[in-house]
Design a protein around this ligand. Structure first.
Ligand code: UDP
Length: 351
């Protein structure tokens, strides 16, 4: 009996860790190398004490097509040598879709963790990755009833769709107890951006940075490698005004910062879920979101970077919700048992 878990990026490691913990010792981890910096990968393996990947495909730093193609081709060779009973993928990355196609080509059942998310925005590569993966997956582990409804609209129904909650809740809860005690601090915001539609356009990136640097409270900016590469290429200064730019942070450090922050600003998918667990307000700079469950409560969606300042100041002034109101709103992403539920369903595929 063997389960191959294929992952390649920071959010996949974080969100698969609770599933891998439940499936041990029956899993082999295969890393595509899509994220290759230690700060984006190794530190998360160490934090969750995950077993070393059996292979690293080294697809990082290439184009989307090359990443997907190389993932499919190399996994096809590995699966031919050693056929897993099930392949587990998570989310919506090039790794996710490449691994799903490779498994499909060898007739291996596919379990998709965090299935059923839809932004209905076809300009996003992630939307294509998740749609393709869902349509060839056998088991869809969906975080919320909304994700199950999205799948039903596409004709994907039945026993292969199971609402589990989102495993990020498990990850946050697992680590929350280990965070160092928060000391008294001045108010600050936390920001992170990496989506191509925000950071690949230098004008838009410059507007984002300028808005962050002129907020009424300091902003700690955790700069994703893609964002720092774009800023370097276009000569955009990431330390304007009160902006405190830092390299990508370890997860404990990042959660610690979130916990004591007054506000979160960014375009990260996982963060939209985490703020619902940490009970923080978030300004989401996106044209669309595949996490509608938190819009209007924890998150406010804005499209134009020059609205970051007004939206952030409105939250800081207690509008639309103050922190006490948010503290009473349950996370729509579950109670922290998504990893166990997912593992139970994955194990059923083996019998
Ligand atoms: N994160 C982190 N350190 C950072 C910035 C983010 O550990 O400096 C975590 C964050 O808490 C979330 C995940 O990385 O769990 C989000 O990853 P990312 O934004 O790269 O991917 P997305 O969720 O947008 O797919």
């Amino acid at each position: 009996m063997s389960i191959a878990v294929v992952l390649g990026t920071r959010p996949e490691i974080i969100k698969l860790a609770p599933v891998i913990a439940e499936l041990q010792p029956d899993t082999d981890i295969i890393h595509t190398g899509q994220h290759f910096d230690d700060a984006m990968s190794k530190v998360f393996f160490d934090l969750f004490a995950l077993p070393e990947p059996t292979h690293n495909l080294g697809v990082g730093g290439t184009s989307r097509g090359a990443q997907i193609g190389e993932t499919v081709k190399t996994l096809d060779g590995l699966f031919a040598e050693n056929l897993p009973d099930v392949v587990v993928v998570q989310g919506d990355t090039n790794t996710t879709m490449g691994a799903a196609i490779a498994a499909n080509a060898r007739g291996i059942p596919i379990a998709h963790v965090e299935a059923g998310l839809r932004s209905y925005d076809r300009a996003m590569p992630e939307e294509h990755n998740r749609v393709v993966t869902d349509h060839i997956a056998d088991l869809h582990l969906v975080p919320t009833p909304t994700s199950a409804e999205n799948l039903a609209k596409e004709g994907i129904t039945g026993e292969g769709v199971v609402v589990t909650g989102n495993t990020v809740v498990d990850a946050v809860q697992h680590l929350s107890g280990t965070l160092p005690p928060a000391g008294a601090q001045e108010p600050y915001a936390v920001a992170t951006f990496h989506r191509p539609e925000n950071v690949d356009d230098p004008t838009r990136l410059a507007q984002i940075v300028s808005q962050l640097g002129t907020l009424s409270i300091p902003v700690i900016f955790a700069v994703h490698p893609r964002t720092s590469a774009m800023a370097d290429r276009h000569g955009i200064d990431l330390s304007v005004g009160t902006l405190d730019s830092r390299p990508p942070l370890g997860y404990l450090e990042f959660l610690g910062l979130l916990r004591s922050s007054s506000l979160v600003i960014g375009d990260s998918g996982g963060l939209q879920e985490e703020v619902s667990v940490m009970k923080k307000p978030m300004v989401v700079l996106r044209r669309s979101t595949e996490r509608p469950e938190v819009i209007g409560t924890f998150c406010k969606l804005i499209e134009d970077p020059i609205k970051i300042g007004p939206a952030a100041e409105a939250w800081l002034a207690g509008n639309p919700h103050d922190l006490d109101t948010l503290a009473d709103i349950r996370s729509p992403y579950g109670d922290g048992d998504a990893g166990a539920r997912s593992a139970k369903e994955i194990q059923k595929l083996l019998t």
